[in-house]
Design a binder for this molecule. Structure first.
Ligand code: CP
Length: 306
């Protein structure tokens, strides 16, 4: 991926040209399979620093690093010196001194920018989610999963629905789609919407209008763990009926529209179980693409660190 430095903090660092070339290489890598994957991380250790819970992101980075011959170490707050008050920068410096050159970092805040400034190009640094700000590798996954069905994203309607206020995935996805000239349709409960200043979106007051004739319907998780002030009082059933993706509501979209969710999802709240598991669901394709995307990223960074 020409144009990628030693860090990926925001999807904004990439361009349509870089992204298209990344998706094309990814398509080739997937076709070749992991059997012939170059062992570009041999003798390299990737530190996965996850200060928030994760299954998909953490495990897919771990599997990707192993497929490329690398080792991984997992650092969480519990059981490490972070719990004793060590600063995050000191933790990074400690791991770097032990020979870790690749870092994947998820945190509740945007401290990744301080880390990036401190280390510059001495380490590879990948943002695995910084608070409510960005989740660039999830955008690569979501973008690639859409691209596989709709190459070049030509003439598609993409709807992103639900808890937009607290979704870092939504912001990164919208930024990526905007780069390709797509203005996503957004909708959700008023309490969970926010105004996007930098990004281009089409706000729909009704969920049904957003879903109408969509090619892609992306649902977002209600993030109850973040910013309780933005919570609300709907029952689960009310939320599903008013704002969730039910079988009935999905009929408004184009036939065979893609159903997406970055996960983890709340069954029966933002998405009806039968839709999440149904024939139009691409949710597990997104998960599977997570390993491919993260492996391709590691390969790109490794080629810059020879
Ligand atoms: N989509 C996503 O970031 O999932 P995890 O929280 O399981 O990593």
């Amino acid at each position: 991926m020409d144009g990628l430095g030693s860090q990926l903090l925001s999807i904004k660092e990439l361009s349509p040209t870089i992204l298209s070339s990344f998706f094309e290489n990814l398509t080739r890598s997937k076709a070749e399979g992991f059997g012939s994957a170059p062992q570009v991380l041999k003798n390299q250790t990737a530190a996965l620093i996850f200060l928030e819970p994760s299954t998909r992101t953490r495990v897919s980075f771990e599997i990707a690093a192993h497929k490329l011959g690398g080792q991984t170490v997992l650092i969480q707050k519990e059981g490490t010196s972070l719990e004793k008050g060590e600063t995050i920068l000191d933790t990074f410096q400690t791991l770097h001194a032990m020979g870790c050159n690749y870092f994947v970092y998820r945190a509740t805040d945007s401290s990744i920018h301080d880390v990036a400034k401190h280390f510059g190009d001495k380490i590879v640094l990948i943002n695995a989610g910084d608070g409510v700000n960005e989740h660039p590798t999830q955008a690569l996954i979501d973008g690639f999963t859409i691209w596989e069905r709709f190459p070049d994203f030509k003439n598609i309607k993409v709807s992103i629905l639900g808890d937009l206020a607290r979704s870092r995935v939504a912001r990164s996805d919208i930024r990526l789609l905007n780069m390709f000239g797509i203005t996503p349709y957004i909708s959700g409960p008023t309490e969970l919407l926010k105004s996007f200043s930098e990004e281009k979106v089409q706000l729909c007051t009704s969920i049904d209008a957003a879903v109408q004739d969509a090619d892609v319907v992306m649902m977002l998780r209600i993030q109850k763990e973040r910013n309780a002030a933005q919570s609300f009082s709907y029952t689960e059933k009310d939320y599903l009926n008013q704002f969730g993706l039910t079988e009935q509501r999905l009929k408004l979209a184009k036939p065979n529209a893609m159903v997406m969710h970055p996960g983890p999802f709340n069954r029966g709240i933002e998405i009806e179980s039968s839709v999440a598991d149904g024939p139009q669901s691409s949710i597990l394709d997104q998960v599977a693409n997570g390993v491919w995307v993260r492996s391709e990223l590691f390969k790109n960074f490794a080629s810059r660190n020879k």
